[in-house]
Design a protein around this ligand. Structure first.
Ligand SMILES: *Cc1c(COP(=O)(O)O)cnc(C)c1O
Length: 389
């Protein structure tokens, strides 16, 4: 794993609030207030004229939230970040701020389900979209339309974890006059910096690795001052998906251990993935370090996090259910990126054909590797897969 020491310093840094000389707290104070008062009306007018920079009301800006926004912006190499009450708050803010009736969005790679559901909902406002799973930049270029305003990219993508060439795709989008927004939740800014590769915006589900302990739901958008102004005034302030000060504080705390957590998630996930690759009940392992995308992934990512999937050799629902139910250390649940290992499949009793149409193998099982240790997890998988013999 190649993590920039400057990023480690950002994760660890005290973000004390400006409290003057004297002893300083090492943890950021939680400014648990809904509003801020001003010494004069003039001072109030000055603050509200630039509400995206100034604490006026916590639905807009709050010092604890701002502390974590500064860190996330610095990690992504962006001019400004805005935190949201969830990753979907961040995703919907980008779309509502930047799109208008008649625009088209191109989704490249397997995309987080609710993000696509939002796109389907936006049809009623005259916003169309397409999905392309062909990641070749020339194919992406052909899928662009004159009215494409936004290219939405996830890399590695949801469920199958295929890696896209962010720089090349952002390049063809820019040529065509479209913005590129990258969902960077899987890699975190420690392992991938999409803005440096030419993307215009980055979104995060900070619920996952950034917070890292399955105890907070949060999101973020990072971009230029100019685009973030649009995101702030046209979406954030109006949608009201504001991150609370205490949740921001949890996120600050999570960020402090992000580098060390990622190193362990990477090491253990690679061990588990390698074990699964050699198992006769497993048809395929979808991990960016293994398989067809490995060379591109090595160039685009500074390392691997702990979320990947595998496909069973048997593709009946019973096999998927048997393995999931037999696991004891992996718990069954949505989300990922915490310290506990989780297992889930997009499969249910009746949707095999629909998954195939979407390019998702029906026997796919997704694992989020926590911090229990690879040996324990491999023994658990070995026992569970043994039930298929
Ligand atoms: C979870 C997730 C989201 C949505 O984030 P929430 O915090 O759950 O709202 C968006 N993108 C990806 C890739 C995710 O995994």
């Amino acid at each position: 794993m190649r993590i920039d020491p400057a990023d480690v310093a950002i994760c660890l840094a005290d973000e004390g609030l400006d409290e003057g000389p004297g002893p300083a707290p090492t943890a950021t104070p939680v400014v648990q207030t809904s509003l801020f008062t001003f010494p004069t009306f003039e001072a109030f007018l000055g603050a509200i004229a630039e509400e995206h920079r100034n604490p006026v009301y916590t639905r807009g800006q709050n010092p604890t939230v701002e502390a974590v926004e500064r860190k996330i912006a610095a990690l992504e190499g962006g001019e400004r970040a805005k935190c949201f009450a969830s990753g979907m708050g961040a995703v919907s803010a980008v779309m509502l701020a930047l799109l208008r009736s008649g625009d088209h969005v191109l989704f490249v790679n397997q995309t987080y389900g609710p993000t696509l559901q939002l796109a389907r909902h936006l049809r009623r406002f005259g916003i169309e979209h397409d999905v392309t799973l062909d990641l070749d930049p020339a194919s992406v270029e052909r899928a662009l339309r004159p009215e494409t305003r936004l290219v939405w990219l996830e890399s590695p993508g949801t469920m199958t974890f295929r890696v896209a060439d962010v720089a090349a795709i952002a390049g063809v989008a820019r040529e065509a006059g479209a913005l590129t927004c990258m969902d960077n939740s899987w890699a975190t800014p420690l392992l991938q910096k999409p803005l440096r590769a030419g993307a215009d915006l980055v979104v995060h589900s900070a619920t996952k690795y950034l917070a890292g302990h399955s105890d907070v739901v949060a999101g973020a958008v990072v971009s230029t001052e100019e685009l973030m102004r649009e995101v702030f005034y046209r979406a954030f302030l109006l949608n009201g998906a504001a991150l609370g000060p205490f949740d921001a504080w949890l996120l600050l705390r999570g960020l402090r251990t992000l580098p060390v957590r990622l190193r362990q998630h990477e090491a253990d996930a690679l061990e588990v993935a390698t074990f699964l690759e050699g198992h006769p009940a497993v048809a395929r392992v979808n991990h960016p370090a293994l398989g067809d995308d490995a060379e591109l992934a090595e160039r685009r990512l500074g390392g691997w996090s702990g979320l990947f999937s595998f496909e069973l050799a048997r593709d009946d629902f019973d096999a998927v259910r048997t393995v999931i139910d037999a696991l004891e250390r992996f718990r069954i649940g949505v989300s990922w990126g915490g310290v506990e290992s989780l297992v889930l499949s997009p499969r249910n009793a009746v949707n095999a054909e629909r998954l195939r149409e979407k390019g998702i193998p029906p026997s796919l099982i997704r694992l989020s590797i926590g911090l229990e240790g690879a040996d324990v997890l491999i023994r658990d998988l070995e026992r569970a897969l043994g039930r298929l013999a």
